[in-house]
Design a protein around this ligand. Structure first.
Ligand SMILES: Nc1ccn([C@@H]2O[C@H](COP(=O)(O)OP(=O)(O)OP(=O)(O)O)[C@@H](O)[C@H]2O)c(=O)n1
Ligand SMILES: C[C@](O)(CO)[C@H](O)COP(=O)(O)O
Length: 215
């Protein structure tokens, strides 16, 4: 997405995207630590009032999303957070997470042996492409879109991500790393409006949803 600043710092309904995203978590009573992975020379973060919140810890941003996540997990390990503790990983660019969805994820996975993620079943017919033509139509009933937060035990996520990165595997979400080590994350059906700001039109849609929430 082309803009004059990183998309997490674009203004959305009176605040930056990142401030909306963080509010989903700072307002939750059950979460012990909050780590934000940011480039060390990020010029925008210090200008946000939330940067002064003592509950928010910083970790270095990485080249890829998985590197940033690993740095965040390392920050928690440096605090001696036990390996058995659950961690939630969320995209800065998903500012519309509802408290109900967060609660659903926490309660559904509380006793799960693996962990899992918010996701929604695919709505459209999905085509697999080759050279711009349809190679096949996928079986839609088995396809879900992966959202965040994704929730796993600190130790197992740290180990799976480190191993996948060391092996050169491309992991675009935490669940992929867990899958790669042979486990099956649980899909928790969430709201479809938990969108990731990717294209300019997503920002307008997110603003519409936030205005609707306030109405
Ligand atoms: N080096 C990176 C890249 C991404 N992320 C995290 O991963 C999320 C999703 O990545 P993003 O860059 O937003 O994905 P795209 O939508 O593919 O990005 P773009 O808009 O550039 O296409 C971000 O919100 C951010 O929280 C990160 O921590 N470190
Ligand atoms: C983690 C994620 O939000 C799942 O849909 C997504 O993969 C992150 O975005 P990216 O474009 O893959 O970095």
């Amino acid at each position: 997405m082309r803009a004059d600043r990183p998309k997490q710092y674009l203004t959305l309904h009176g605040k930056t995207v990142l401030e909306h995203t963080l509010a989903c978590f700072t307002e939750h009573p059950q979460l012990a630590h909050l780590v934000v992975s940011l480039a060390e020379d990020d010029p925008y973060w210090p200008t946000l009032p939330v940067a002064a919140d003592p509950r928010i810890l910083r970790a270095p941003g990485g080249v890829e999303r998985a590197d940033s996540v690993l740095n965040g997990l390392e920050r928690l390990r440096a605090l001696d957070v036990p390996d058995e503790q659950w961690v939630l990983v969320h995209d800065a660019a998903r500012p519309l997470l509802h408290a109900d969805d967060l609660q659903l994820l926490l309660s559904t996975l509380a006793d799960d042996s693996v962990g899992g993620l918010l996701a929604v079943p695919a709505r459209d017919t999905l085509k697999q492409a080759e050279a711009g033509r349809v190679a096949r139509t996928l079986e839609r009933s088995r396809i879900w879109q992966a959202f965040t937060p994704q929730m796993f035990r600190l130790g197992s996520l740290y180990s799976a991500l480190s191993r996948a990165l060391a092996a050169g595997v491309q992991v675009t979400d935490e669940a992929s790393a867990i899958e790669w080590v042979g486990q099956a994350p649980r899909l928790v059906e969430g709201r479809s409006d938990n969108l990731k700001i990717t294209r300019p039109e997503d920002l307008a849609l997110a603003a519409f949803y936030l205005a609707d929430k306030d109405a």
